[in-house]
Structures are given as C-alpha cells and as structure tokens.
Design a protein around this ligand. Structure first.
Ligand code: SER
Length: 318
C-alpha cells in the first residue's frame, strides 16, 4: 500500500486526523507533514517531513521519497490570519492547493482538501444555507476557499483527479486554538476549565455552525472511502452538526462549571467575519450521496471538551 501524507500535521485537524490514521494504518504508512509549527506527540516510529506547500519541488521530492498515494492537504491560514496577511494566505491557501493538485495529476494521487462555511457571504441564505447557494465571500479566507473549490472542479473534470472535499463549520477540539473566528468557542472552554471568566469577541446572539472534531475527521475519512460514483459534487460538500451562540455555549458549560462567567469584548473584525457567515447549513446532499451522519451535538461536545481540557491542564507541570 502506498503511504498517506498529511500537510498541516501540526494544526487542529492534522493532529486529530493523524491519530485516526495511525489507528487505522499504523505509523509506517502515514507521513506527518509540517512547516513552521513543530509536530508533537508522534509515535516513536512515526514518519515526518518538513514541507512548505508553496514549494513545488520540495513537495514533489517528499511525494516520491515516501511513495505517497493519498494526501490530506490541510495546511492553511485560518480566517483572521488570512485577513492579517492576505499575500501569505494566497500563497499557502491557493498556491499550495494548486501544487498539490498538479502533483496529484502527474502522480495519480487521491486528495482530500477541506473547504469551509466561509465560502458563503451575505448573498447566501443565513439559515439552512443550501449546497448551491451563491458564493460571494467578503473576506480573504473565504475567497481563497472559493478559488480552491473551483480548482478542485477543474482538476477533477479536466484531468480526472480524484479530489474530495467538505465545507467544515467551526471545529471544536481540545488543543491550542488557531487564529480563526469560530475558535472563540475553544478559548471559552479553556477559560472555564481554568476557573477564569471569558470575554467573548463575538456578541451574545452571534450564531455559527460548529462541529465536534471527532465528527470532522470521520467525515474526511468517510468521504475518501466512499465509492467514486457516490461523490457527485466535485467542488465541496456542505457539512453540518450543530449551531450555537456564545450565550448558549456558556449555558452548556455552566451545567458542569456553574460559576463560569461570560463577558463581552467585541472584536470588530471577528464580529464582521462571523456576521458574514451562515447561521446554519443544509447538508442533505452529503447525507444522501455518501451517507454522512454527525454523532455529536452541543451537549456531548461540551462535556468532552471540558473533560479532555481538564486532563490536559492537570497534567501540566506546576
Ligand atoms: N474555524 C475557521 C476560522 O474561523 C473556519 O473555517 O477561520
């Protein structure tokens, strides 16, 4: 069997997907790619490769050296980082994907690439945003994702590259949250577990679609395993699990940590980005085409996050 490469292996999806892939295939068949952020917690005999996805030659060398057959291409800048550094965002988020797709075309690689609810802007219906709603994102990250989706379709239709994709909502997992918009939810749980108040950068009524990371990585594996004829959308599939506001998350946290205090310190950029995204997503085509079902709602995810973050904090020295 050819090996699997993950780019962005040190990121939130990467860390979790690596764990799943090691469990499925063992460490010898998986190569953890990383660039600026070093990897932690790799198995003793785990393979890793430092690779900047915007460097075609280096990527190509890694693919040949490790005999790669499948890539989970996760390396990207999140929404706030992309807004702050649009040039780098384009180089990594779009240039990197184009490199991966060209290599996939030449080496017959299968590819998974995550898109995002950020592809939608204010021209799309806010509630139950359908698969084929207009894509007019107002911020850099969403524009990168829309361009990325177009590239996927072009490489799939034009060259038969088997690239599969889902539009992730905000993803919830223990571990340091990245510079995104939905990541406030992770920060809030960390503050609560530490016994600290949390100042939300988004207003009390801001509803955003979210998903437990355990569902998100399973979606990636399942969309990749689905028979080819079931994948009828070659841009990216809408995916959905739950939606909530900062107030609703705080109320759920208080079922475990009753004296948790939520305050507000609105971050104008994050609020604008959040306001441009959907409240909830219609993912009926993913459910129909390849059998997508989410497993976790707000209650289960909050409980899991509190438990895991509690373990992480209590294992820290001092
Ligand atoms: N969590 C991401 C962000 O806020 C959404 O794709 O940037």
């Amino acid at each position: 069997m050819k090996r699997i490469l993950i780019t962005g292996g040190a990121g939130a999806i990467g860390r979790n997907l690596l764990r799943d892939l090691y469990a499925l295939h063992g460490p010898k068949l998986v190569v953890a790619g990383y660039n600026r952020t070093p990897l932690t917690g790799l198995p003793k005999d785990g393979l890793s490769a430092q690779v900047d996805v915007s460097d075609y030659e280096k990527l190509s060398a890694v693919i040949k050296r490790y005999d790669i057959g499948t890539i989970y291409h996760l390396a990207a800048l999140l929404s706030i980082a992309a807004e702050e550094n649009p040039e780098l965002a384009r180089r990594v988020n779009m240039g990197g994907l184009e490199n991966i797709l060209n290599l996939a075309k030449d080496h017959d690689l299968r590819v998974f690439w995550p898109s995002s609810i950020a592809v939608f802007g204010s021209t799309a219906p806010k509630d139950g945003t359908p698969q084929h709603a207009p894509l007019d994102p107002e911020f850099e990250y969403g524009r990168n994702k829309v361009e990325g989706e177009r590239l996927l379709k072009q490489f799939s239709d034009g060259f038969g590259v088997d690239v599969r994709s889902v539009r992730y909502p905000g993803l919830l997992t223990p571990g340091k949250p990245g510079p995104g918009t939905t990541e406030y939810a992770i920060e809030m749980v960390y503050a609560a577990v530490r016994g600290e108040p949390y100042a939300s950068p988004l207003g009390p009524d801001t509803v955003l679609p979210m998903m437990d990371m355990r569902d998100a990585t399973r979606a990636a594996l399942e969309v990749m395993e689905a028979p080819k004829n079931r994948i009828q959308i070659r841009t990216s599939y809408n995916l959905s699990a739950m939606s909530f506001t900062p107030e609703q998350l705080a109320a759920e946290i208080r079922r475990h940590i009753p004296d948790f205090k939520l305050t507000y310190k609105i971050n104008a950029l994050k609020q604008k980005v959040a306001d441009s995204w959907p409240n909830s997503i219609d993912d009926s085509l993913a459910r129909e085409h390849w059998g997508w079902r989410h497993s976790y709602g707000l209650q289960e995810t909050t409980e899991y996050m509190i438990r895991e973050i509690g373990k992480e904090i209590s294992s820290l020295p001092g």
